[in-house]
Design a protein around this ligand. Structure first.
Ligand code: IMP
Ligand code: MG
Length: 178
């Protein structure tokens, strides 16, 4: 089945932008080691590509979160289903996320991570969907601003599928209708 309704960001556009972000991050963190904190699973594809274009020393760590309670309405209460393996105290932490939508997930995570006393804490998101924002989030690096539509590909899933597709697209309506 053809699953693509409309391509929003092509593979080439993503790769070009990721290269630019990597260069900007490398400049901004000159002389520092960066802890890339990937939010699983959506941030994984972005992390892998982004890290290739960072010229400073980096380490990786991973966190998994899920929204707590009522699944239909994002509550902002987030459950950490996989925590970091290493302490971030005194480290320069850069959160690598696929998309910021309401901002509730990151708002919770920022508070949680700040309390662990990193030397710095910044956010790099591939996509920013500002139309749905419920809490203001200080985003340091953004790949693309996207319209308020349900998107999949390059990390973004529908029922865990399509994360591996190398571009970002609006899926056919039949695909996500139930
Ligand atoms: P929020 O910013 O707390 O609303 O949550 C952001 C999370 O919701 C992201 O990390 C994604 O996992 C998911 N998400 C938001 N918008 C989309 C989308 O268009 N497609 C797939 N997942 C999305
Ligand atoms: Mg995510």
């Amino acid at each position: 089945m053809d699953i693509v309704d409309r391509i929003i960001i092509s593979e080439e556009e993503i790769q070009n932008r990721v290269r630019e972000l990597g260069a900007a991050i490398s400049r901004d963190y000159a002389g520092k080691t960066i802890t890339l904190l990937c939010i699983l699973k959506g941030g994984l594809m972005f992390l892998c590509d982004l890290a290739k274009h960072i010229t400073q020393p980096v380490t990786y760590d991973f966190m998994s979160v899920s929204s707590y309670g009522d699944a239909t309405e994002t509550s902002g209460v987030v459950r950490i289903t996989k925590d970091l393996e290493e302490s971030i105290e005194g480290k320069h932490v850069l959160i690598v996320e696929d998309i910021i939508d309401t901002g509730l997930t990151l708002s919770y995570l920022l508070k949680n991570l700040h309390s662990r006393n990193p030397a710095s804490l910044r956010i790099c998101t591939l996509l920013d969907k500002p139309a749905n924002r419920r809490v203001e989030i200080p985003i340091d690096y953004v790949g693309f601003e996207v319209p308020n539509e349900f998107l999949v590909g390059y990390g973004l899933d529908f029922k865990q599928l399509y994360r591996n597709i190398p571009f970002i697209f609006v899926p056919k309506r039949e695909l996500i209708a139930d």
